[in-house]
Design a protein around this ligand. Structure first.
Ligand SMILES: Cc1ncc(COP(=O)(O)O)c(C=O)c1O
Length: 376
């Protein structure tokens, strides 16, 4: 018997959409048809996006924010690229950056490049704790900025309620800490509070990449600066380096997709599929107190008592399910667990198979420790 291929829950990518290829083809044909008239588009830098790119970015962002003025918007080559710019300029080499106690691993990589010191802030079931942020602000290592994911946090899948967002905005304001808010998955959330950036616009850089909504290969993100002058200052420092400029072909495609609503149609297909997948996840894990579901690309599962995230990951791998351990995300303290991502499975059947295997692994480990079931 051929051994079964491992099922990967590692990459937090939107589900593969057959309509994506069609959308790319139509946009490229359209660009090609206008090449003679628009040839100059590819003969010059696009910097932080054209006026039309920014108008389209504003339209996309209006799903979460009051429409921002164009002079506060930057169109970039993705969230990580935007974070690189902000680390180099807003935080600055050797600066101190606060993050959730477990955060986006690439933030750790970027911080290391600039010698930036990360301070992990404790979290609870509502996300980052404002009192812990306040303590950090009063300490000797006061952060210059806070990188935060209030909506469907990775890895813990927490979603901050409004009061929590207001409290964080308040601490940031009082201590002059700049917020760097990443809403990589917020459009998937249901009945969610507004971004912190809309509560404290003057204290926040807001980031929304398209990777998690359309496709990891899009490499485009929209950034909203706290003010036109902040945007101008950051741009002035990197303007001559073409490595920061949004790739014209990508910007052209994204702008077309937003104008003709292809982006909205692709995203809503991804959202419908993901929500159906998250319902399957809830069926398999919903009885466990260690489980936190979401409406996004991943969920969170604490390891049974006595096991590390790495132990749990190893046991899941031995059973043919690949996941990421909490340790990968840890800045300071780490709650042992895993972050399974559900978009990459080819279909719901394969997903369910992997989820059931993962549940069996959890149950087996839990019989050697204490497990608490809801209602037990
Ligand atoms: C928290 C978070 N933000 C943003 C991104 C996407 O980054 P980019 O827009 O550079 O693809 C990811 C995906 O890796 C992520 O996990």
């Amino acid at each position: 018997m051929t051994p079964r291929q491992p099922i990967s829950f590692i990459r937090a990518t939107p589900p593969a959409l057959p309509s994506l290829q069609g959308g790319v083809r139509v946009a490229l044909e359209d660009i090609e048809a206008r090449l003679d008239a628009d040839a100059s588009l590819f003969r010059q830098h696009r910097f932080d996006g054209t006026e039309l790119d920014k108008a389209c970015a504003a339209r996309w962002l209006s799903q979460r924010l009051p429409i921002p003025p164009a002079d506060r918007i930057l169109v970039t080559n993705g969230t990580m690229n935007s974070l690189l710019i902000l680390m180099a300029t807003v935080v600055g080499p050797q600066g101190v950056l606060a993050t959730e106690a477990m955060t986006f691993p690439q933030v750790k990589t970027l911080a290391a490049l600039f010698g930036i010191r990360l301070v992990g802030i404790e979290c609870d079931e509502q996300g980052l704790r404002p009192d812990a942020l306040e303590d950090a602000c009063r300490s000797g290592a006061k952060p210059v900025a806070l990188y935060v994911q209030p909506t469907i946090q990775s890895p813990t899948a927490t979603v901050m309620p409004l009061a929590r967002r207001q409290d964080i905005a308040d601490v940031a304001r009082r201590h002059h800490v700049m917020l760097i808010e990443d809403e990589a998955q917020a459009l998937y959330a249901q009945d969610v509070a507004p971004p912190i950036a809309s509560l404290a616009p003057e204290s926040a850089w807001y980031l929304m990449g398209l990777s998690k909504y359309l496709s990891l290969g899009m490499r485009a993100a929209f950034v909203v600066a706290p003010s036109a002058s902040a945007a101008k200052d950051v741009l002035a420092r990197v303007r001559t380096l073409s490595t920061w400029h949004v790739a014209p072909l990508v910007a052209e495609l994204v702008t077309r997709w937003i104008r003709n609503e292809t982006a909205h149609a692709l995203f809503s297909a991804a959202r419908d599929e993901l929500h159906a997948r998250q319902a399957l996840v809830r069926e398999v894990f919903g009885d466990l107190t260690q489980f936190r579901g979401s409406h996004g690309l991943h969920f969170w599962l604490e390891a049974p008592t006595g096991y590390s995230g790495e132990d749990f990951t190893r046991a899941a791998g031995d059973a043919g399910v690949l996941v990421r351990p909490s340790e990968l995300y840890a800045v300071s303290s780490c709650t042992p667990g895993i972050r399974p991502a559900i978009g990459d499975s080819p279909d719901r059947e394969a997903l369910l198979d992997g989820l059931r295997t993962l549940r069996a692994v959890f149950d087996r480990l839990a019989t050697h420790s204490r497990v608490t079931k809801r209602g037990a």
